[in-house]
Design a protein around this ligand. Structure first.
Ligand SMILES: Nc1ncnc2c1ncn2[C@@H]1O[C@H](COP(=O)(O)OP(=O)(O)OP(=O)(O)O)[C@@H](O)[C@H]1O
Ligand SMILES: [Mg+2]
Length: 282
C-alpha cells in the first residue's frame, strides 16, 4: 500500500473534526473528508473519523444516513457496487487503503465483514469455517483451525458433535455466530459488523455482544447498530450519523458527532445526537 493517498480526489465539504481525545488513539483507520457517491448521488459527505486499535466503535443513526455505506468503505466492499465511488482519504495503519497497488481482495481478507442476515454457505458447518483458510492455501491443521474459530465464536460446544451437518440447519443466532467464526478463521485484523443482531432474540444478542467484548482483546471491531442499548453496552466510541437536506433538497448522510460512548450517551455536544439517543427523532 502506498504512503500517500492520491487515488481519491479531495472534497471541499468538511464534517466536524475528530475530537482531540480520539485523535490520541492508536489508529487503525484514519478517515478524512470521506464522501461516497452512488452515481451522481452523494450519499455521505465529509466524514472524519479515527478507529482505535482493539476498540469497538459503534456507528448509529437513522435509516438511510449512510452507516452501511461508510462501513463498506473500510474493506472496499463498495468497490463491488456498480457506480459506487469514494472521495477523500482513508488510511489503514497509515497506508492509503485506496492506493493504486492495494489489492482489494487482500484488504477484505484482513478486514472481515459480518452482515445483518446470517449468510452461511450451503455446506457443512466444518466446510463453512474451512472455506477461507483453504482458499488462502492452508492444507494442514484444519481441524484445529475450525475448532479454534468456533470456540472463539462461542459456538463450539453447540456444534462439535455435528460438524458435518449442513450449516443452514442451525438456528439464526447460531448461524450468525458461525458467520463470525468464518470471519475469524482467516485471521483478520478488523471485523466489520452491519447490524449483526437485528434478526436475533435477546439471548442470542447477549451471546454476540459478549463475544464482541471477548474478540475486542485481539481484534478491532466496527459495528453498525440500531440498538442504542447495544451501542452503549459494547462500544468504546460511538459515531452518530444523520441525513441532512442541502439547499437543493437533496439528502446527504453526515457524521454529526463522534466521541467516547459514555460521553455520547450522557453528555452529547450536539442537540441532534441528544434528540436521537433519547428517542425524540428517528
Ligand atoms: N447500492 C446503492 N445504490 C444506490 N444508492 C444506494 C446504494 N446503497 C445505499 N444507497 C443510498 O445511500 C444512502 C445511504 O444508505 P445506507 O444503506 O448506507 O444507509 P444506512 O444508514 O445503512 O441505513 P439503514 O439503517 O436503513 O441500514 C441511502 O440514501 C441509500 O438509498
Ligand atoms: Mg445499513
Amino acid at each position: 500500500m502506498s504512503e500517500v493517498g492520491t487515488s481519491m480526489p479531495n472534497v471541499t465539504v468538511r464534517g466536524p473534526e475528530v475530537p482531540r481525545n480520539i485523535q490520541a488513539l492508536d489508529p487503525v483507520f484514519d478517515v478524512s473528508g470521506l464522501s461516497v457517491f452512488y452515481g451522481d448521488y452523494e450519499a455521505v459527505r465529509g466524514v472524519n473519523m479515527i478507529i482505535g486499535n482493539r476498540e469497538i466503535t459503534a456507528m448509529i443513526g437513522p435509516s438511510g444516513c449512510g452507516k452501511s455505506t461508510v462501513l463498506r468503505c473500510f474493506n472496499r466492499m463498495n468497490d463491488l457496487i456498480p457506480g459506487a465511488r469514494a472521495a477523500g482519504k482513508i488510511t489503514y495503519h497509515g497506508e492509503d487503503l485506496y492506493g493504486d497497488h492495494v489489492d482489494p481482495i487482500e484488504v477484505r481478507r484482513r478486514i472481515g465483514m459480518v452482515f445483518q442476515k446470517p449468510n452461511p454457505f450451503p455446506k457443512s458447518i466444518y466446510d463453512n469455517i474451512a472455506y477461507g483458510p483453504r482458499v488462502n492455501g492452508t492444507k494442514k491443521g484444519m481441524d484445529g483451525i475450525v475448532e479454534e474459530a468456533l470456540t472463539k465464536a462461542a459456538l463450539w460446544d453447540e456444534v462439535k458433535d455435528k460438524l458435518k451437518q449442513n450449516a443452514l440447519s442451525l438456528s439464526g443466532g447460531q448461524q450468525q455466530r458461525l458467520c463470525i467464526a468464518r470471519a475469524i478463521a482467516v485471521k483478520p485484523e478488523v471485523i466489520l459488523m452491519d447490524e449483526p443482531c437485528s434478526a436475533l432474540d435477546p439471548i442470542a444478542t447477549t451471546k454476540i455482544e459478549d463475544l464482541m467484548q471477548e474478540l475486542s482483546r485481539d481484534y478491532t471491531i466496527v459495528i453498525v447498530t440500531h440498538n442504542m442499548q447495544q451501542a452503549a453496552r459494547v462500544s468504546d466510541r460511538t459515531a452518530f450519523f444523520t441525513a441532512e437536506v442541502d439547499d437543493s433538497g437533496v439528502r446527504h448522510g453526515r457524521l454529526v458527532e463522534y466521541d467516547e460512548t459514555s460521553r455520547i450517551f450522557t453528555n452529547p455536544s450536539d442537540k441532534r445526537t441528544e434528540d436521537y439517543i433519547t428517542g425524540r427523532f428517528g
